[in-house]
Design a protein around this ligand. Structure first.
Ligand code: GLC
Length: 550
């Protein structure tokens, strides 16, 4: 079996990664061209976000044809070459599977709209209420109602996301059969992993009004979710037992994750949960502007770490992806301590118990987009909410401020390869603007500098391979009440790690509680910490990892 506890995954958003043909969109050939860079970083897997045929209303998370490569990303042959070249370098490919919904352009949905009963049953069509209103009061994740009216049937269809993303009916065995067919198709090509998009939303419960919320409690971690995941997991394992899987879990609970990613539960290898990234939300509301709550961040991370460990379940650990703002802008410092804070955040997450995921550009310390005008935004969620916020009475300026912080486009600006034109991303016009800071934040510069953020990530990846305690150790929170330090111990057999991170610009003192002179420092973001005392003064965003073998 693949030892995914020793592995690190690198996420690529192909549209913004590297453009090989100058049309302004990144493509699969572009990824192949950059394999040496990825190999130098040292990761084991590349997770590619969707490149299937799609109208791109949600950048490929609206799939029109699961079996074909969208021409804007290249051809099937380009994909096969990528697989082959990656394999030569010992890098495996993980694909993103979007099965909660299809695009409204998908043949199944088109047939449903044409009235074919078989395909209507692939989706959820429902009558409105007697008073002529929508079937339930649920809100779409992208704003507005989850129901869209179809005149021809006098019925509505369900879309938890955009209106162009109708939800699939997993209760229909034919849908599950089709899904297994798609998975097998890609496994036969040699794919070695799957990331399942919002997979804990696939089993819908009852369709009733939610008097307490936006409807999510009726479809999140739904009634048959574990059965369905076990079914797919069996189908995958029958084909290739080496495949690893990760589920994206929207608003999930720990109790469900013990099962989703439990050692013996046979559902998924690991889960992404997002609670630790909602610490700058107000309850579940993302479109607000409040400072992030460090104490909450710590408590959530520790709770998930310790409880998942106690239940022998496995986390994916991460700060960034294509839906999240850049971490250095969010919890670090874009200014004076840019480098220190980016390294600190990397250490804090990579030494946790779980498989780390790095999102393209994170290893360079890329920052938020800094857009100031709506014409610069591309993301459907951001565009919808820009309107909704103003409908709610907010000024245009306030709406801009919120977008500037929370928009998903913050992480979708093109990868910064060099200080040349368009950051070396494209010879044409990029589909979304490039962050002007590419002049000093770019791969070319960092590769030449052995003290760069890039090499810090490289070292963290190596540590996981070299030291079993990083991959397998238990976790014990430290300094729980400290207002600015996130610290923990990891223990495995006779090895012990102490991981210390100052999340703030202000110096602070930490009492480690024992002399630390018999530890060795494995990685840090300043010169060596003062190791003689049991008390350390931590400089701005200082971070280090101490190791000892008893
Ligand atoms: C996931 C994806 C996101 C997408 C949504 C709907 O959250 O990561 O990008 O918009 O699902 O498919």
């Amino acid at each position: 079996m693949t030892d995914f506890k020793k592995c690190v995954v690198y996420q690529i958003y192909p549209k913004s990664f590297s453009d090989s043909n100058g049309d302004g969109f990144g493509d699969l050939k572009g990824v192949t061209e950059k394999l040496d860079y990825i190999k130098t970083l040292g990761v084991d897997y590349i997770w590619l976000t969707p490149f299937y045929v799609s109208p791109q209303n949600d950048n490929g998370y609206d799939v029109e044809d699961y079996y074909r490569v969208d021409p804007r990303y290249g051809t099937m042959q380009d994909f096969e070459v990528l697989l082959e070249e990656a394999a030569k370098k010992g890098i495996r490919i993980m694909l993103d599977m979007v099965f909660n919904h299809t695009s409204s352009h998908h043949e199944w949905f088109q047939k449903a709209l044409a009235g074919e009963e078989k395909y209507k049953n692939f989706y959820f069509f429902r009558k409105g209420k007697e008073d002529g209103t929508v079937p339930t009061n649920w809100e779409s994740k992208f704003g507005g109602s989850v129901w869209e009216y179809v005149d021809a049937f006098d019925e509505y269809y369900l879309h938890l996301f955009d209106v162009s993303q109708p939800d699939l009916n997993w209760d229909n065995p034919q849908v599950r059969e089709e899904i297994c067919k798609i998975l097998k198709f890609w496994i036969k090509k040699g794919v070695k992993g799957f990331r399942f998009d919002v997979v804990n939303l696939i089993s819908k419960g009852s369709f009733e009004d939610d008097t307490k919320g936006d409807g999510r409690r009726f479809y999140t971690d739904g009634p048959n979710i574990h059965t369905y995941l076990q079914e797919i997991s069996r189908a995958i394992a029958d084909e290739d037992a080496e495949i690893i899987t990760v589920g994206e879990m929207s608003s999930t609970s720990l109790e469900n994750c013990y099962k989703y990613a439990g050692e013996d539960c046979k559902e998924l290898s690991m889960v992404f949960s997002f609670h630790h990234l909602k610490v700058d939300f107000m309850d579940n509301e993302k479109w607000v502007m409040i400072p992030y709550d460090f104490d909450k961040l710590k408590r959530i991370l520790f709770e998930w770490q310790t409880k998942m460990a106690a239940h022998h379940a496995w986390n994916a650990v991460f700060w960034c992806n294509h839906d999240q703002p850049r971490i250095v802008s969010r919890f670090g410092d874009e200014g004076e301590y840019w480098k220190e804070s980016a390294k600190m955040l990397a250490t804090a997450i990579h030494c946790l118990r779980g498989t780390p995921y790095i999102y393209q550009g994170e290893e360079l310390g890329m920052t938020n987009a800094g857009f100031t005008d709506i014409s610069q935004y591309r993301d459907v969620e951001s565009l919808n909410h820009f309107r909704i916020l103003q409908d709610k009475g907010m000024s245009r300026e306030q709406a801009y401020e919120i977008l500037r912080i929370h928009s998903r486009d913050n992480s979708r600006t093109p990868m910064q390869w060099s200080d040349e034109k368009n950051a070396g991303f494209t010879a044409g016009n990029p589909w979304i603007e490039i962050n002007p800071n590419y002049r000093y934040i770019n791969a070319q510069t960092e590769i030449k500098d052995e003290d760069s953020i890039f090499y810090h990530y490289q070292k963290l990846i190596q540590l996981r391979k070299e030291y079993d305690v990083v991959a397998y150790g238990d976790i014990e929170p430290m300094a729980l009440d400290h207002p600015s330090v996130f610290a923990y111990k990891r223990r495995w057999k006779n090895e012990e790690l102490t991981v210390v991170n100052n999340f703030y610009k202000k110096e602070t003192v930490l009492n480690i509680g024992e002399p630390i002179n018999d530890y060795r420092c494995l990685i840090s973001n300043y010169d060596r910490p003062d190791m003689k005392k049991d008390q350390v003064t931590l400089r701005p965003f200082e971070s280090f990892v101490l190791y000892r073998k008893n």
